[in-house]
Write a protein that binds this ligand. Sequence first.
Ligand SMILES: [Zn+2]
Length: 224
Amino acid sequence: MATDITEFRKRNRLLPCEARGCSNRRWSSSIYCAGHARRSNLYGSPYGQVIEVRTLKPYLKAAQDFLKMHAGAPQIVAALKLLQAFIDRGPYDSPQTEKLMPRLRQFQVSAEDVLPKLIATYLLDRSGFCAALDHPETLTFALGRAVLRTVPRAPYIGDNGKPRSHALRAGVVREVGGWVQRVLGHFCVNASNSITAISALRHERVLIASDPFPLTTAQAAEQK
Ligand SMILES: [Zn+2]
């Protein structure tokens, strides 16, 4: 059996990486080269990339303002309650997730810290301006990372007394992101629809307040 796997990997490594435009050979038993396999593992797509803080910032501000404006609304109260219960006690599908989630509780991460990030990630996804979210699974990963990365990234002391880094397993990120989509997806989509509608209205208000009307092309031609 072990020989079969070794033999498979040996043959696999001779094949080209499946990511578009990549001329590297495949890595181990992956369909991608080492670099694209790593990206796929971190972001859910071989073309995925980290979402920069500054990219998310305006969307985060919009989500925070929205939650503040509607604080106490039953949908928001319910979403916060579900999210807090998930952070506090799951249920989690995998033992790895079960093991990782107490870290969020250790750093006293609350649903109030996480929810704006989730709405902001949906807003960013729907804006269509983020290349990091151009693949179906990347939203799942971005949401999972948004939850799990709410704790400081500095190394922590593991059970064996040695410092460990907070590398996230793809399975855990996928599970947490999947939970968000399943349980809070509708809420986040509704919230981002409302935010988009509000900003469109604001834009229209600015437009009708701005005076005078611009000339149409025909009028402009007439005036010449
Ligand atoms: Zn590649």
